[in-house]
Design a protein around this ligand. Sequence first.
Ligand SMILES: Cc1cc2nc3c(=O)[nH]c(=O)nc-3n(C[C@H](O)[C@H](O)[C@H](O)COP(=O)(O)OP(=O)(O)OC[C@H]3O[C@@H](n4cnc5c(N)ncnc54)[C@H](O)[C@@H]3O)c2cc1C
Length: 435
Amino acid sequence: MGIVGAGVLGLAAAKVLQERGHTVAIFEGRPDVGGQVVTFEAGGQRLECFYHHLFTNDTTAIRYIDEMGYGPKMRWIESKTAMLRGGKVYPFVTPVDLLKYTPVSLIGRVRLGLAAVWLRRQKDWNKYEGVTARRWMERAVGSKAFAGVWGPLLRGKFADQADNVGMTWLWGKVYLRFASRKGKGGMKEQLGYLQGSFGQYIEELGRRVAAAGATIHLNCPVEEVVTGDGGVRGIRAGGELHEFDRVLMTTPNIITKKIAPDLPRDYVAVLDRVRYQWATCLVLALDRPLSDTYWLSIADPLPFVACIEHTNFMAPEEYGGNHIVYLSNYMSPGDPLLDLPAEEVFERYLSGIRTINPAFDRAWVKQMWLFKDPGGQPVITTNYSRSIPSMRTGISGLYLANTTQVYPEDRGQNYSLRLGEQVADLMDRDAKAAG
Ligand SMILES: Cc1cc2nc3c(=O)[nH]c(=O)nc-3n(C[C@H](O)[C@H](O)[C@H](O)COP(=O)(O)OP(=O)(O)OC[C@H]3O[C@@H](n4cnc5c(N)ncnc54)[C@H](O)[C@@H]3O)c2cc1C
């Protein structure tokens, strides 16, 4: 069987297919496995190009990390999360923090708290499918309280699509995040990180899949998934046709359409329903800390939407004494900022960085990197379940599994690994049914 993409989904699918007795070949366009969990070297240590952590209920990801032998290197810390509003940093983890969030009126804060408590008790997300997050929240907490917390967070993640985001996405954020909390009343939240980067367990997964007989073609972008007589024939890469009776694509919809030109029209119409926001991270290595917060959500009109100071999670000594800061943004395709090099993005971000720490000086920056991904975040609109492509594409033997099928949860390694297992199970059952 052929697999396009060696991200966590493609590798998990390969593992399960092998366990069920199939021979697997994986084609990956990049030089390494890992996909969106791609890493680079910062201060002598591997680090994710895009910030990554786990929640305690990411049980599939934790299982893989354990199985790959990296369990003892998992670090769990109490989350230091805060919100920047009116140029001031407000801790934002516990209900008490919410009560102290003075940019919103006291009545607004109480309503925000009650809405969160209500949502965390709702198991059935289907009832939120038809309403936007903005409409539901404004009715629940009032427009001012919405504008003080949820409005900027939604705009930050979905930019010009924020008003179209379905309430189910926001429900997922509140419900699942609370479900990951421990202690009385969900007061404590722990976030997990794999010391030395998540890249390690994924590389080990790649090594094990290869040792079990899979061929992993790196630097090998798939040019076309070739079909004929209503079924899949194989994968064309490097000008050569590799024949397979079943092919799994793990690519985002925007790429899938290009490499599989024969997909049925109604299937492509479903793929086209989902828009993506680009994810960008400007990563700074500083000679001193920028703040004492790990995750700072920005509720002010700053040129980036979150500031994640990784070394307020892992010690700076891990990174040669550097303090590592991610400045994160999600942008619509065509945003002019996407064409700028790291230094120019940094110049645009400078005033925002100084809002976080007025003493910040550019001499603190020892190194900077800019990373971008066009498939960073699918936009989860109302009635999203109708926009989810099925795993069977309508072409016999051709399957698709990608982050657009993660719902109602927000995309994450955990859910991609789980999807990889599910699609492999489906392919195996189809293969056995076909004899
Ligand atoms: C900014 C950001 C922050 C995130 N933060 C977290 C977090 O904190 N915690 C968490 O758990 N998850 C996080 N995630 C999500 C997580 O990284 C993804 O859910 C997961 O990595 C997706 O895996 P995948 O295999 O489905 O897709 P991908 O990783 O996108 O894999 C698809 C693969 O296909 C390859 N490919 C594409 N086109 C071709 C082609 N033509 N030929 C061959 N190969 C091709 C790509 O190179 C890629 O390797 C984050 C993601 C982003 C973007």
